[in-house]
Design a protein around this ligand. Structure first.
Ligand SMILES: Cc1cc2nc3c(=O)[nH]c(=O)nc-3n(C[C@H](O)[C@H](O)[C@H](O)COP(=O)(O)OP(=O)(O)OC[C@H]3O[C@@H](n4cnc5c(N)ncnc54)[C@H](O)[C@@H]3O)c2cc1C
Length: 305
């Protein structure tokens, strides 16, 4: 007979596992489907995660997974969830030849980063090209550093980065700072480079090749990638999508429930900007709220009561 799970979690990385842990500890039947393609797979080390600082992203995930698999009421499926549908009070998820049925659905499938089409940039993502100074800035030993503009939102990155080292903003025809912005940048000693960026080279350093042939050598280059949900499952279910200056994410309430009752979203998929720590926090909250929703009608709830 087909099992009806209490909760189906799609995406078994930091957010999905943190959610599943709460459900498993609530002694409910939970199944996690995971394709194993985490956003930070390009980076050798992960930083800024309390108790795990400097560990490899894979080691953090594998340790968590090993702990989850100790719960007999948790089922793990390696694979891709192809689609999810709501019919009545139940959700049906298809993954290859398998169909899973659950009372609640947690989406933790992360986002995909879209980088400017500059030769050499994608190859250096997570190595000498980064999205987040809190994750990778400290190790760059105070620069020199760069910010490659992708939109006006890069102004904020350019204002932050000087705390990690002397900074050049490559505007790359993406935006032209106005007088007020120029003053803000000057107050932070940010150098502005208006020349077009043609290529990123180098192995230990990020070497920025400019249109006029000049080379600028940097310890690291920061780029605000444009992020998008990594698949269409949330959109196909009808979940409301929100837009931030750097991309799209699934809109949720304060307990991580989406606009579709019974569907929760957590981690990078359900917030405008992400980190492993935020994903774990969101996942735990989504797991807690999902479990509560199986018993008590209507949220909000009072945490721990
Ligand atoms: C290069 C780089 C370096 C980073 N370094 C750091 C760092 O040092 N510190 C830090 O805190 N943050 C870092 N981050 C950010 C961090 O990677 C994300 O915030 C974090 O991975 C989000 O976790 P998540 O669980 O929401 O999503 P993800 O970790 O991206 O996981 C999503 C999971 O869902 C699965 N999935 C997707 N679609 C499906 C499907 N249809 N069916 C089944 N499974 C599916 C994927 O395979 C994946 O396993 C970095 C990001 C990048 C790009």
């Amino acid at each position: 007979m087909q099992t009806t799970y209490d909760v189906i979690v799609i995406g078994g990385s930091y957010a999905g596992m943190a959610a599943a842990l709460q459900i498993a500890r609530g002694r409910r039947q939970v199944v996690v489907i995971d394709a194993g393609v985490r956003r930070n797979r390009f980076a050798e080390f992960s930083h800024g995660v309390l108790g795990q600082d400097g560990k490899s992203p894979t080691a953090i995930a594998e340790q968590a997974k090993a702990q989850l698999l100790d719960y007999p009421n948790l089922t793990w499926r390696e694979g891709v969830a192809d689609s999810a549908e709501k019919s009545g009070d139940l959700f049906t998820v298809t993954s290859g030849n398998e169909t899973l049925i659950g009372k609640r659905l947690i989406l933790a499938t992360g986002v995909t980063d879209h980088l400017p089409a500059i030769p050499g940039l994608q190859d250096r993502w997570g190595k000498t090209v980064f999205h987040c100074p809190y994750c990778h800035g400290y190790e760059l030993n105070q620069g020199p550093l760069g910010v490659l503009a992708t939109s006006e939102a890069s102004l904020h990155q350019a204002l932050l980065i000087p705390d990690w080292g002397p900074t050049t903003l490559f505007t790359n025809n993406c935006f032209t700072p106005d007088d007020a912005q120029l003053q803000q940048l000057a107050a932070r000693n940010v150098k502005i480079e208006p020349e077009i960026v043609r290529e990123i080279a180098g192995e230990q350093a990020a070497i920025v090749k400019l249109d006029n042939g000049r080379l600028v050598e940097l310890a690291g280059l920061f780029v605000a990638s444009l992020t998008q949900p990594s698949n269409r499952i949330a959109q196909d279910l009808g979940c409301e999508i929100a837009e931030s200056p750097v991309g799209f994410y699934v809109k949720t309430d304060e307990f991580k429930q989406t606009s579709i009752p019974g569907v929760f979203a957590c981690g990078d998929l359900g917030r405008p900007m992400g980190s492993v720590t935020f994903a774990i926090g969101d996942g735990a909250l989504a797991g807690f709220a999902t479990h509560r929703s199986l018993i008590i009608d209507g949220l909000p709830v009072i945490a721990g009561k």
